[in-house]
Design a protein around this ligand. Structure first.
Ligand code: HEC
Length: 134
């Protein structure tokens, strides 16, 4: 009796945690590919924090001071390697792009800081407005 109760409880707890946006595991990023949204898009304070983090963390070394591109690609135009959803950018920044110069930042940046950096990147967008997917 007790055993069955706990098994059921654990199943629900696990399902809940797996779908919680803050759960920092790979399955979340894949599961939520199309549904996760950056809570900071368009938020001026978060964008200012994101810009500071972009410079302090050293992103500018490869992507330029205003994300205009250098050794690394321009992050302000509408040319992207993959469909540039919030989830795709979050994943690119947290796990990096193995086999390229883009390093993983998880452990150095919190998920919250990554979302602020993405808000900064979005604020610099100067591509075709009809190609916005976030
Ligand atoms: C050592 C150089 C380097 C640094 C530092 C670096 N990047 Fe990158 N980044 C790259 C390269 C190269 C790519 C292209 C990877 C590819 O071809 O998929 C890339 C790709 C990306 C992409 C995906 C672009 C696309 O078209 O899919 C994002 C977003 C990004 N970087 C953000 C950042 C952020 C934010 C930081 C700082 C936390 C950062 N990068 C630091 C080199 C760098």
């Amino acid at each position: 009796m007790i055993g069955r109760f706990w098994r059921l409880w654990l199943t629900w707890a696990t399902l809940f945690l797996m779908t919680e946006p803050i759960w920092p595991q790979e399955p979340f990023v894949i599961l939520a590919e199309e549904t996760v949204k950056n809570p900071y898009t368009g938020n001026p304070e978060a964008i200012a924090d994101g810009e500071r983090l972009f410079l302090e963390t050293g992103c500018h070394g490869c992507h330029g001071h205003t994300a205009e591109g250098a050794t690394g690609p321009d992050l302000t135009d509408d040319v992207w390697r993959y469909r540039p959803t919030d989830a795709t950018l979050f994943k690119a920044i947290s796990v990096g792009r193995p086999g390229t110069l883009m390093p993983p930042w998880e452990g150095k940046l919190t998920p919250d800081q990554i979302w602020k950096i993405i808000a900064f990147i979005r604020s610099k967008y100067r591509g075709d407005p009809s190609k916005i997917v976030w």
